[in-house]
Structure formats: structure tokens, C-alpha cells
Design a protein around this ligand. Structure first.
Ligand code: NAG
Ligand code: NAG
Ligand code: NAG
Ligand code: NAG
Ligand code: NAG
Length: 501
């Protein structure tokens, strides 16, 4: 992908998203510059699709750009051949140590060059993920800029010609009281860090990457829910001083970032959307119908020349739940590779379902349900609680697709999620449908109405050892290098990711 230079947005920004909208309507037929559409693929799941299967799925749907959250060897190898451009992430937990030039060089060598040599097309490196944000976690990674600088220097010193490093930031890096995009600026608490960050991007002409979450933003700002959608049905609009009318939060934040970046002194930087999505369960507005509607709007509309990465490919039943149950339901696909709603990844606006993952083998049709013994309700509730520690019960939370089950079915739901997460194990050593005598295995699908009792895929992929390759094992290293490897190990753990979110 060639970095497309935007004209400097002055005050008012002349190349805002709202302006693009107008331009694209006027010039639809002759629009030559189209943004790319990519997707994030995370693997915080109990059962994982095989990487080659996912690569196949992406290609079938015409998706040519993928973002990964950690450098797992088997995943990266699946992208050999270079048909899909890969954006890789250096997890936040590695930011501190990557400030050492030797470690930065070593990490690039083992995590980037080794795969580029296998013809994996790694275009972007995200150094951390929303490092300064606190909307879903307390910890901040305040040395992210130093890490980015270190990586930039190592890229330069070691001749990685086509690799571009940047860091994605969430909308909470903008001042909280923005009412008009043309008045936007970075958050006062983070202003000096963000100005420094923009200066770093300016060094290498790297793009600014913004992550956003429309459903969350409208509720935070106290705006009409319709303002989260991009199909111009909101009665609530924002009229800027420059005459632009904002009918949705996507364009509002896009243009706000353009203004803030321009104020930080680098108006020519490209702005891409590194993460945007709409979850489908675990919250009242989180439905497949709303997700489908959302994606019919701007980000995937023909003629729009903004690069957008959809969050995310498939549901992840081990994602953290700091913001709510919906965090496990971001996928366009269910975790088994079955699409939930219509979306045209090629941006042509066709009314189509994406293709289903090929070659998936499901677990046998067996479910675990409650046997109805309510003599000791304390015990029943305790077993449900335990089941939900490992099983994903978020659909049975308020607003979820299973929030209106009767007591017995609700207990069954929890038991079944655990049973499936434990791969339906019923051998002597691990009977996972026991629940102190309260569970029983059935062969009839207990799903009721819109509440599915999901099964898992037959776990075809054993998780690799947290993204470590075996390559290092055979080599004997001592002293400083042992410590060095320990640090590298920390850098390579398969941590959670943004929105995680
Ligand atoms: C961006 O880089 C240009 C030249 O490369 C320089 O003139 C300008 O001051 C830089 N801006 C910032 C904000 O660093
Ligand atoms: C949005 O809808 C309003 C009223 O329905 C209309 O006047 C306006 O032109 C529409 N804007 C766009 C960008 O389609
Ligand atoms: C917007 O306004 C129109 C006309 O005033 C009304 O019919 C419609 O229900 C309103 N839509 C929403 C989402 O409030
Ligand atoms: C009910 O179950 C709880 C938790 O398993 C247990 O501590 C308690 O003794 C049980 N009560 C009776 C009456 O069996
Ligand atoms: C159903 O079970 C979930 C846990 O799986 C619990 O959070 C919820 O409160 C239960 N709902 C009812 C109606 O018992």
C-alpha cells in the first residue's frame, strides 16, 4: 500500500471525512483512490481455527489486510506467500524493554525479518496498542514513545525498507469536551506525549492510527444512539463553524483527530482507522442487526478513501470483560467461522454474507444441561458461578441474547458453556458435565428462540507456547544472553489486545 499524501487540513480541515463524503458523492464514478479494508484477527479463545483456514477465509472474502495482536510463529507462517499484507503488533508488555537498541534490533530480526524472509508481507508494525488509554484498564504504558523511537531507529539502522512503525491510539486521547471537530485537540493530560508522538510519526512519515468504538462513544458523550450509525438517520447532528454537518460519530472523531494532528504540527500525516467495530451480544445495542447496519455505512462505502480495519474477525471467548459482556462478541464471525451478518468486505456495497470457513469440524452434537435438582439452591448457584469462570456466560447477562431464560435453562446455559469450553471432556479424570451431580449430557440441542447453545469446533490448533517458536530451544546461551532471552520471552508472550478489550 502506497502512503497516500493528504492535503494539509488547515483550519477548517479541507480534507475531512465529511468533505470526503461530499467529494465521493460528487465524484463517485471517477473516484480512483479507495481506502483499504482490513480486519483484526485475535485468538483469545478456548478453541482456535487453524491459521491456514483463516488465511483461506480472508482470501475468499477479498480481504488483503490483516492485523495481528502478537507474533505467533504458526500464524505468521500461514501468511507466507504475501497475498495478505500483515500489520503486526508488539504487545504493550514489551514496550519497556524494546527501548534497548539491541533488543529492538533482535526483536525485529526474529519477529519481522525472519518472516519477511519466508515471504510474509509485513507492512506495518504497531508498537504497543492504545498505550496511554485507561478506558478499559488501569495500567498505562507511558514509555510508548521511547519504544517507538527505538524501533524506528532500529528499522533505519538495519535497513528494513518497507516497514513502517506507528502506534494506535483510542479516542480518549482527544480532549473530552470537544463539541466541534474543528475545535478538537489532544487531551490536556496527554497533550505533550501526543505532540511528541506526532513528531515521531513525522520523522518517518508514518500514519496516525486511531481506534474507535461508536457504540461506546455515543453513550459516553450522551448522544443519540442513532449518531453511532453512519446511514444518516440521526436527528441529532453537529454543525461545525466551517459549515460541515456531522451526522455520525465516525466522521466526528475522524475529523477531530485530523484537527488535533494538524495542531500538533504535522497536518500532512495520513490518518487511518486501526480498529472499528460493533459487537453483537452482551449489551442492549449489541445485536447482529445493528452490526450489519453499522457496516453498511461509511467505513465500507464505495468511494471512501479512508483505510479502515474492522474489529474483528471472530468472537473470542476469553477476552477480558472490563467494559462488559459484549467484549467477547466483536466478531463478524462466530468463533467457529460461521458469519453472523451480511457485510461486503470488498467495499462494493453488495448485499451478501461473507463466506463460511471451510473445513471446520465441530465437536459431536452433545450438550450439557442442568438435571433440575434444586434441593440446594446455594449449590446450584455456586456451580453456575464456577462454570462461568471458564465458560463464556456473557449472553445470559442483561441485554444479551440469552437474558430471558427461565431459571433451569439459565443454569443449563452456564453448564453447557463450561462443558464446551472444556472440549466436552467426559473421561474418568475430567468429567466436565458433573457439577456435583447437577449436570447431564444430552444429544438434543437445548437452544431456545434466539438463544443459541453453542458447540465449539474440534480444537484443530493447539495453541503454540504463547507465540514462541522452537527455534531458540536448541541453542545454548548463557550469562547476559540468558537474561536477554528472558526479556525476549517477556516480549513475546501472547497478551491480550486493544478493545480487549
Ligand atoms: C516534520 O518534518 C518536517 C521536515 O521533515 C519539519 O520541517 C517539521 O518541523 C516536522 N514537524 C514536526 C511536528 O515535527
Ligand atoms: C442526511 O439527511 C438529511 C435529512 O434527511 C439531508 O438533508 C442530508 O442531505 C443528508 N446528508 C447526507 C450526507 O446524505
Ligand atoms: C427523527 O425525526 C422524525 C421527524 O421529526 C421522526 O419521525 C423520527 O422518529 C425521528 N427519529 C428518531 C430516531 O428520533
Ligand atoms: C448446599 O450446598 C452448599 C455448597 O455446595 C453446601 O455448603 C451446603 O452444606 C449445602 N447444604 C445442604 C443443606 O446440603
Ligand atoms: C443466569 O445466569 C447468569 C450467569 O450465567 C447470571 O449472571 C444471571 O443473573 C442469571 N439470570 C437469572 C435470571 O437467573
Amino acid at each position: 500500500m502506497v502512503l497516500r499524501k493528504q492535503k494539509p487540513p488547515r483550519d477548517p480541515p479541507i480534507f475531512s471525512a465529511a468533505a470526503f463524503r461530499v467529494i465521493s458523492i460528487l465524484l463517485l464514478s471517477s473516484s480512483s483512490v479507495e481506502g483499504i479494508i482490513g480486519i483484526s484477527w485475535g485468538r483469545q479463545t478456548t478453541h482456535r481455527l487453524i491459521p491456514s483456514m483463516v488465511v483461506d477465509l480472508l482470501l475468499q472474502n477479498g480481504i488483503r489486510h490483516v492485523k495481528l495482536f502478537s507474533p505467533s510463529d504458526n500464524v505468521l507462517r500461514a501468511f507466507a506467500g504475501g497475498e495478505i499484507a500483515v500489520t503486526m503488533t508488539l504487545p504493550n508488555e514489551g514496550l519497556y524493554n524494546i527501548g534497548y537498541p539491541d533488543l529492538a534490533a533482535y526483536w525485529l530480526q526474529t519477529r519481522i525479518r525472519a518472516y519477511q524472509d519466508l515471504n510474509v508481507n509485513i507492512k506495518y508494525l504497531y508498537v504497543g496498542s492504545e498505550p496511554f488509554s485507561t478506558y478499559y484498564r488501569k495500567k498505562m504504558y507511558i514509555n510508548a514513545n521511547e519504544a517507538l523511537r527505538s524501533i524506528q531507529d532500529a528499522i533505519e539502522a538495519n535497513g528494513y525498507k518497507d516497514l513502517v512503525a506507528t502506534t494506535p491510539h483510542f479516542t480518549d486521547m482527544l480532549a473530552p469536551d470537544i463539541r466541534k471537530p474543528s475545535e478538537a485537540d489532544f487531551h490536556p493530560d496527554w497533550k505533550s506525549k501526543m505532540v511528541e508522538f506526532v513528531g515521531l510519526l513525522n520523522r518517518t512519515n508514518a500514519p496516525f492510527v486511531m481506534d474507535m468504538f461508536p457504540m461506546y462513544s455515543v453513550s459516553q458523550m450522551g448522544w443519540d444512539t442513532e449518531f453511532a450509525f453512519v446511514d444518516n438517520k440521526s436527528n441529532f447532528t453537529i454543525v461545525d463553524d466551517n459549515g460541515l454537518v456531522y451526522t455520525n460519530v465516525f466522521e466526528f472523531f475522524y475529523d477531530s483527530f485530523l484537527t488535533a494532528i494538524a495542531k500538533a504540527g504535522a497536518p500532512h500525516l495520513k490518518l487511518i482507522v486501526g480498529q472499528v467495530g460493533w459487537p453483537t451480544d452482551g449489551y442492549p445495542e449489541a445485536t447482529t442487526a445493528n452490526a450489519e447496519r453499522f457496516f453498511r455505512g461509511t467505513p465500507l462505502r464505495p468511494g471512501i478513501s479512508i483505510d479502515v480495519f474492522i474489529y474483528s474477525l471472530a468472537d473470542e471467548n476469553l477476552n477480558k470483560l472490563t467494559l462488559g459482556g459484549f467484549q467477547r462478541h466483536w466478531g463478524v464471525y462466530r468463533s467457529d467461522g460461521d458469519p453472523k451478518y451480511k457485510i461486503d468486505f470488498t467495499g462494493k456495497g453488495r448485499d451478501i454474507f461473507p463466506t463460511t470457513a471451510k473445513g471446520v469440524v465441530m465437536m459431536p452434537k452433545r450438550w450439557c444441561v442442568f438435571n433440575g435438582d434444586k434441593r440446594n439452591l446455594t449449590k446450584v448457584k455456586k456451580e453456575v458461578e464456577d462454570a462461568c469462570m471458564m465458560g463464556d456466560c456473557t449472553p445470559s447477562w442483561p441485554g444479551g441474547s440469552c437474558d430471558n431464560l427461565d431459571f433451569d435453562t439459565n443454569v443449563s446455559y452456564a453448564f453447557n458453556r463450561y462443558f464446551q469450553a472444556m472440549a466436552q471432556s467426559i473421561d474418568d479424570k475430567s468429567i466436565t458435565c458433573d457439577f456435583k451431580g447437577l449436570g447431564k449430557v444430552v444429544v438434543k440441542d437445548p437452544s431456545v428462540g434466539s438463544c443459541r447453545f453453542p458447540m465449539e469446533i474440534l480444537s484443530a490448533e493447539m495453541a503454540d507456547s504463547n507465540g514462541l517458536t522452537n527455534g531458540e530451544d536448541g541453542e545454548r546461551r548463557r550469562g547476559f544472553f540468558g537474561l536477554f532471552l528472558l526479556i525476549i520471552f517477556v516480549l513475546e508472550l501472547n497478551w491480550g489486545h486493544g478493545f480487549v478489550l
